[in-house]
Design a protein around this ligand. Structure first.
Ligand SMILES: *[C@@H]1O[C@H](CO)[C@@H](O)[C@H](O)[C@H]1NC(C)=O
Ligand SMILES: *[C@@H]1O[C@H](CO)[C@@H](O)[C@H](O)[C@H]1NC(C)=O
Ligand SMILES: *[C@@H]1O[C@H](CO)[C@@H](O)[C@H](O)[C@H]1NC(C)=O
Ligand SMILES: *[C@@H]1O[C@H](CO)[C@@H](O)[C@H](O)[C@H]1NC(C)=O
Ligand SMILES: *[C@@H]1O[C@H](CO)[C@@H](O)[C@H](O)[C@H]1NC(C)=O
Length: 448
């Protein structure tokens, strides 16, 4: 038995090793290097702890025991927890530091649908309450709080949230607390998530909040287009987050950079900064690349490039609100291709939605330096809808080399702007007057 296990693990040492080598190819810019990869000396399998991958057995105790063992034995270099091929039903559980959760080819970790037992945790301080419902919130299916050096990887095994039961509670308005994310890291650093398929999250898929040094690459994230709030990846009050080479098709924004909301987010004051998103492909009824709408801690230094969107609602969406406060600054989106989308570029200073009535109506967001360049769209219904806030005009907006072609028909896509200021160079169709006045051309120069 032990020998068999050893050979299984040996096979995976090998796969894992070849897999890391694969990471550094050519001169393509990649996230590698942001989080140093640790080869785990110690490897254990979930089956050692009584795990059964028959799709029926509840494996909660096995996962909790395995994690307990990793946490308390603290092997040098950390421990790899191997999940072999099979379907492992489990309740939510916490990860620990210095570990790799490794899903073999054919391994599926399935969240239980017994929502009555789902643990509740405290609201995030930058939200003051659950995002959907007042009070606490359900803990994410796979959770990490205060951790460092954690890897979730493997051979494209699946983490399945079985979210339909939660989506139905949302639709029927029977949710008591905010739905769980699929994977959430709070206050953690040195996180890598790669080569995993995420399916049917109850709520947001991957949520790093108050984190730094996070790499997410080679992931596939899938949820039906009508699944509510199934955002793909939401870096939230986090810095140095690098997302690349992934396919995301969900019911809400593919990537949305956030930082808390209204008086809670302002008081907590933790921005998101240095967020990179590249080579992401997907579709959504909402936005491909989004900032907001929770931006109270500020969002700065975001670069999204080489994005391909199909059959989607919005290409780029910068969204905030009165009462949010916060600074949104230095956001660049380039090399974005979109096909069959409703609105190419959307900027909205009034997305609505407040945690409660105690927000400060004078806390206006400050939005400056949005660079949107080398953007190409076909079958775009509306080129741009860009509305800042009266008395808080959004400035330094630069559109450069943006071509958005309409659907075949008599009317070309249009621009609709208000309370924004900036410049446009080589933009088709011809944009709104707010972007074409000569004295604004500096908006494009300042970015270069
Ligand atoms: C898991 O982590 C959460 C948040 O830190 C904590 O409230 C909860 O007690 C932990 N659960 C277990 C079983 O350790
Ligand atoms: C896993 O999926 C990624 C992204 O789709 C792909 O690049 C990679 O080759 C796959 N790896 C394996 C071991 O199948
Ligand atoms: C803007 O953000 C990019 C990262 O996206 C960063 O490299 C650059 O230094 C930032 N510029 C300023 C002026 O902070
Ligand atoms: C304009 O953008 C397209 C991609 O949308 C790119 O292929 C082309 O090279 C860009 N042109 C210039 C002059 O940068
Ligand atoms: C904008 O500022 C003017 C002058 O201070 C004020 O009268 C008006 O109410 C403000 N508008 C909004 C929407 O806050």
């Amino acid at each position: 038995m032990f020998r068999a296990l050893a050979s299984v693990l040996l096979c995976c040492f090998f796969l894992e090793a070849s897999f890391w080598v694969h990471f550094s190819y050519g001169d393509l810019t990649t996230c590698s290097g942001i989080v140093p990869m640790t080869e785990r000396g110690d490897k254990i399998s979930i089956t050692d702890f009584g795990g059964v991958g028959d799709g029926q057995t509840l494996n909660t105790i096995a996962f909790r025991k395995a994690i307990y063992r990793i946490q308390h034995l603290r092997r040098r270099g950390g421990t790899l927890l191997f999940v072999p091929s099979g379907v492992y039903l489990t309740d939510s559980f916490n990860l620990t530091s210095h570990m790799t959760l490794y899903l073999a080819r054919g391994a599926v970790m399935k969240a239980t649908q017994d929502t009555s037992n789902w643990p509740l945790i405290a609201p995030l301080p930058s939200y003051g309450r659950g995002r959907e419902r007042p009070g606490g919130r359900y803990m994410s299916f796979i959770h990490g709080d205060g951790l460092e050096d954690v890897v979730i990887t493997g051979e494209n095994g699946t983490i399945d949230g079985q979210g339909d039961i939660w989506w139905n509670m949302w639709r029927q308005r029977t949710l008591q607390f905010t739905r769980p994310s699929l994977v959430e890291f709070v206050n953690s650093r040195g996180i890598v998530i790669s080569n995993v398929i995420f399916r049917n999250s109850p709520f947001w898929n991957i949520h790093p909040v108050y984190c730094s040094d996070v790499v997410i690459r080679y992931v596939t994230i899938l949820a039906p287009p009508d699944s509510p709030n199934t955002d793909g990846i939401d870096p939230d009050s986090s810095s140095n987050v690098c997302i690349e080479d992934s396919f995301i098709s969900t019911g809400d924004d593919l990537v949305a950079v956030k930082s808390g909301w209204d008086e809670y987010g302002i008081a907590y004051g933790r921005p998101s900064s240095y967020i990179t998103v590249r080579r992401v492909t997907g579709s959504t009824p909402f936005a491909g690349v989004a900032v907001g709408s929770e931006t109270s801690g500020g969002v700065e230094n975001v670069l999204a490039e080489n994005i391909n969107l199909y059959n989607s609602g919005v290409g780029v969406h910068i969204k905030t609100n009165i009462g949010r406060g916060g600074v949104i600054k230095n956001i660049t989106v380039s090399e974005l291709f979109m096909e069959n989308v409703r609105t190419g570029i959307k900027v909205a200073g009034d997305t609505g939605d407040h945690p409660d009535n105690n927000f400060n109506p004078n806390a206006l967001p400050y939005v400056k330096d949005l660079m949107l360049k080398n953007i190409w769209g076909v079958n775009v219904q509306r080129a741009g809808w860009m509305h800042g806030i009266e008395n808080a005009t959004f400035t330094g907006i630069c559109l450069s080399n943006v071509t958005l072609q309409g659907t075949t028909g008599p009317r070309p896509p249009s621009w609709n702007c208000n309370a924004i200021r900036g410049a446009a160079i080589e933009v088709s169709p011809r944009p709104c007057a707010e972007l074409t006045s000569v004295e604004q051309s500096g908006s494009c120069a300042s970015h270069s």
